[in-house]
Write a protein that binds this ligand. Structure first.
Ligand code: UDP
Ligand code: MG
Length: 313
């Protein structure tokens, strides 16, 4: 592709027709003050409103548009934006006007110190039904991944381009980019960012995200720890099970030695059965995840691509 740029801004949008025009205007003001060469990549994640039409109406050759055939989710949209980006630095933000473009220069400042900088919506302007689960979720993610930032899921983030080239997104992994980057050996910083309430359009994520997010957290952790040697984790679980069985058997033997009957303890049998089944399910799920992960998130179909139009393809 053509020349290198200083900055790529990647914005995933799904039904944000009422927001993209104003967002562009705000970005335009900030970017002209910033004095860096830049591109704004909108990835339309299969919107069914007039988002794509509104985007095409923007007359600015810094604006690049990629339109997906259908809705593949935010991680796929980001992954595509990362692939297209030509900037030395990449900034991602939400397209719903909740992230404020005027924070962009602060990301640049912090990126002098870190490979990646994550935004922290310290005064998040979303309903309590989202903020409380999110607090819990962030604490858990902090604990499990060991990455000490407050807000994993903030869409506003800045990267040096080698970071986005080296993290692979899959499923809903966009939430764990700070952890994926940290595990790759990159430094991760954080800045507090202003957050506005959503005025137009609806949030696409509800409480179900918590559950999906939790399952992804398991996968992401196991992928990091045992990617190359899956047998070690499954074998470990197997050993643990055998060990538990030995303990249970020792207990049964001690009962038997004291002359207590052990033939009528259905609860014990049930608990063993459930443990074994549970472990089986987890292992199977994980094997599936590990295999699927090798596919990664790039099997989307692009129906509109302003890059190709530009290059006369
Ligand atoms: N988004 C997307 N694909 C989706 C869902 C959301 O590209 O399947 C975009 C959405 O248009 C917005 C950003 O991701 O620009 C964040 O979504 P949203 O505002 O719904 O999430 P919230 O801020 O409520 O967590
Ligand atoms: Mg939002």
């Amino acid at each position: 592709m053509s020349d290198k740029l200083d900055l790529s801004i990647v914005i995933p949008v799904f039904n944000e027709g009422e927001n993209v025009g104003e967002l562009y205007n705000q970005l335009n003001v900030v970017l002209s003050r910033l004095g860096k060469t830049s591109e704004i990549i909108f990835v339309d994640d299969g919107s069914i409103d007039d988002t794509l039409k509104k985007l095409k109406a923007i007359k600015d050759n810094r604006v690049k548009i990629v339109g997906f055939q259908r809705n593949y989710g935010k991680a796929a949209a980001l992954s595509c934006g990362f692939k297209k980006s030509q900037g030395d630095f990449v900034i991602t933000m939400d397209g719903d006007l909740q992230d404020d473009p005027k924070e962009i220069p602060r990301f640049f400042e912090k990126l002098e110190e870190y490979d990646m900088v994550s935004g922290w919506k310290s005064k998040r302007q979303d309903p309590i039904s989202k903020t409380i689960p999110s607090k819990f979720f962030n604490a858990l993610t902090r604990y499990i991944t060991g990455v000490k930032i407050h807000d994993f899921n903030c869409g506003f983030k800045g990267y040096r381009n080698y970071v986005v080239n080296n993290v692979r997104l899959y499923g809903e992994f966009h939430r764990y980019i700070p952890a994926l980057a940290h595990w790759r050996g990159y430094t991760v910083g954080e800045i507090e960012v202003e957050h506005h309430p959503r005025i137009h359009g609806k949030s696409k994520y509800g409480v179900e995200r918590l559950f999906k997010g939790f399952l992804d957290l398991i996968t992401v952790t196991f992928l990091n720890l045992y990617k190359k040697r899956p047998l070690h984790i499954f074998g470990g679980m197997g050993l643990l099970l055998i060990f538990s069985a030995v303990i249970i058997n020792l207990h049964l033997v001690s009962l038997w030695l004291r002359g207590i009957r052990i033939g009528d303890r259905p609860l014990l049998m049930l608990s063993i059965l459930i443990t074994v089944l549970g472990a089986q399910f987890i292992s199977l799920g994980l094997i599936g995840e590990l295999i699927t992960n090798s596919r990664n998130n790039d099997d989307y179909i692009i129906k509109y691509d302003s890059y190709e139009l530009e290059n006369g393809m």
